[in-house]
Design a binder for this molecule. Structure first.
Ligand SMILES: NC(=O)c1ccc[n+]([C@@H]2O[C@H](COP(=O)([O-])OP(=O)(O)OC[C@H]3O[C@@H](n4cnc5c(N)ncnc54)[C@H](OP(=O)(O)O)[C@@H]3O)[C@@H](O)[C@H]2O)c1
Length: 295
């Protein structure tokens, strides 16, 4: 197979760092990584210059404004990154004929159809972060550009700040923790998300006649169903932490930004189209915690 070139934006985040970790598994892929300081996705001139210089086959956008609660009082910044930034990338990719692999969120759906959420389900995004992520998706959907959007949920990694690392720390310090148990969904290990995106890239690159058929939205998370309290209990169990989990409601927790109570994603499409095999969330959680224990 011909060498594939991939430019990654937001390489300092969880997904971005996982992509850096896995690159050695793909010697035929030439990755170029840029963190926020090296390439600001809202800087149209800088993005165009980078694409002109590198002419990548694919651009993986791992950059985003992800501070969900902070976004409630920082709407302009969230919009700038999650909407304007995506627009800048999409227009540059359109000009350079680069495929844009973009990452979005379960938050865009925010309703419960009493079955796992499908890509074509209604989107009822609530809260600033969710609305900006949805608008970012719509930028791509309304443009004639080659794109895939991966809508994912509850992302964690051995890098960055996330629930798994926070629980590992807090669980050792506290005897009891109050954790929300009425939000249903599935965690996503960012390392596996990174591998899935690269697998999608390879499939698209290998297609010679009709690549456009791959355009669109794809749900992706690990397999299985859980809630945040049960997720915390699993994190404690794997690490032998004895902290008690007290189950509370979303309302009792009272976070500034609304959170969907139903985040269960139907992954049939990504499995069928790209032949992706997905692990159960508990198995992936163990892999991540093993890595954390080694560091
Ligand atoms: N984390 C989750 O639970 C979750 C759930 C569902 C979907 N997602 C989506 O998954 C994707 C990856 O999330 P993640 O957890 O890897 O996020 P993350 O760890 O917060 O990383 C995002 C990265 O984007 C960078 N960034 C922010 N503004 C930028 C800009 N203008 N130009 C370039 N880079 C910029 C950030 O840099 P600074 O740190 O310097 O600001 C950070 O390194 C995002 O699209 C997110 O919306 C995440």
């Amino acid at each position: 197979m011909k060498e594939i070139s991939i430019l990654v934006t937001g390489s300092g985040g969880q997904l971005g760092q996982e992509l850096q970790e896995i690159q050695s598994q793909f010697p035929k892929i030439k990755f170029k990584f840029f963190n926020r300081a090296e390439l600001d996705i809202t800087d149209k001139k800088a993005v165009l210059e980078k694409l002109d210089l590198l002419s990548p086959d694919f651009l993986i956008n791992a950059a985003a404004y992800t501070a969900v609660d902070q976004a409630e009082s920082d709407e302009e910044k969230a919009f700038q990154v999650n909407v304007t930034g995506v627009d800048v990338l999409a227009k540059a990719c359109q000009v350079k004929q680069t495929w844009l692999m973009h990452v979005s969120s379960d938050y865009v759906y925010h309703h419960n159809p009493e079955r796992p959420l499908l890509e074509e389900d209604e989107t009822l995004a609530q809260g600033v972060y969710a609305r900006t992520k949805l608008k970012g998706d719509q930028v791509l959907q309304n443009m004639d550009v080659d794109y895939c959007i991966l809508r994912t949920s509850w992302v964690y990694s051995s890098f960055g700040k996330n629930f798994v690392k926070s629980m590992g720390r807090l669980g050792r310090d506290r005897e009891v923790l109050n954790i929300v148990s009425d939000q249903i969904g599935t965690p996503t290990y960012a390392r596996e998300l990174a591998l899935v995106i690269v697998q999608m890239v390879q499939t698209i690159q290998a297609e010679t006649s009709n690549r456009k058929k791959y355009r669109g939205v794809y749900n992706y998370s690990n397999e299985g169903v859980t809630n945040w309290a049960e997720f915390a209990e699993a994190i404690f169990k794997i690490q032998g932490i004895t902290c008690e989990v007290r189950k509370i409601t979303t309302e009792e927790f009272g976070a500034p930004a609304p959170r969907p109570k139903w985040s269960l994603l139907d992954k049939s499409k990504i499995k069928e189209v790209f032949g992706i095999e997905i692990k159960d969330w508990k198995e992936s959680l163990k892999s991540c915690i093993n890595l954390l224990n080694q560091s």
